[in-house]
Design a protein. Sequence first.
Length: 329
Amino acid sequence: MSFIHLPKSWQLAESQITPEFAYWNRRKFMKAIVGMGMGASAVSVVGCQRANKMAPELQETLGQPLNNVTRHPGFRDAGRAITEQQYASTYNNFYEFGGTKNIWADAQNLPTDPWTLEVGGLVKNPKKYDLDDLTNRFPLEERVYRFRCVEAWAMVVPWLGFPMQALMADVEPTSDAKYVSFTSFYDPEITPGPAWGFAQNLPWPYVEALTIAEMANELAFFAVGIYGRTLPKQHGAPIRMVTPWKYGFKSGKSIVKIEFLQERPATYWNTLSPNEYGFEANVNPEVPHPRWSQMTEKIVGTNTNPFDWEKQPTVIYNGYGEYVAGLYA
Ligand SMILES: Nc1nc2c(c(=O)[nH]1)N[C@H]1C(S)=C(S)[C@@H](COP(=O)(O)O)O[C@H]1N2
Ligand SMILES: [Mo]
């Protein structure tokens, strides 16, 4: 199995790869908390990343600050600058709220409190987690990951959450469990879908799935926050999947149900268009989407005009081959 080995470039000093403003903000922030006598490990990389540059309507969508978050030492940077939140949180895919990138305001209709995440199927301990469990039951980490959409745009975001492994350890899948399905919130009154959806019979709810080995991989993550705070609704509050070596559509948002299964379940995009959206959906420059090449990607927010976003070469497994290539050998 050959893949481009990235770590060298990924181990640049943070000051070299983090945008100037975030670095400056962090130093100011660190000074402040050191002054308060707190340790340096329990801080967010970009918790206070120039919120003041965001429109007030956007600031209102941001969640609550999350405390007691440890920065995962292996995922402090992703070899590229962190995307500014004003771009990441206004350029989203969340088809329940429409078929365009500009759904962040409409997504505020999502009801997230109370919330129940039900975990069952082939497990020894079926569980129901409430909103409080999601941020308090499992130790929270911050991980800066690359994120690559199948549509050939990419960003880098600081997620807050916990490894999927932690939840697996809690529910204890049985040896029969081979696949895991993740179902997103759906209520036709609240999540109307894209306008063109009326003409089609879209396979709601949005369901994604992983193999049990993928879910157990060190990279597989549940995000309950981003940029230092709980997830804004447009990013899939209160809990969403993050699998950075796969195309973004594998990362289901606003998860209400997780089921451990023997057979591979049907999934949303794969059902709609199987030859465009494979089940595995690992990032791979050599496998073009039927309608476009995957050799390069546009980096979100690198210019105010999206047509001028910087282009970078796509990397196999999105640069995470050392963690996941073995899964597919
Ligand atoms: N429930 C649900 N989850 C979803 C989607 C969606 O439409 N509905 N879109 C997916 C796609 S295509 C991408 S690229 C990412 C986008 O995540 P972001 O908006 O937080 O960047 O969410 C994924 N998860
Ligand atoms: Mo996507």
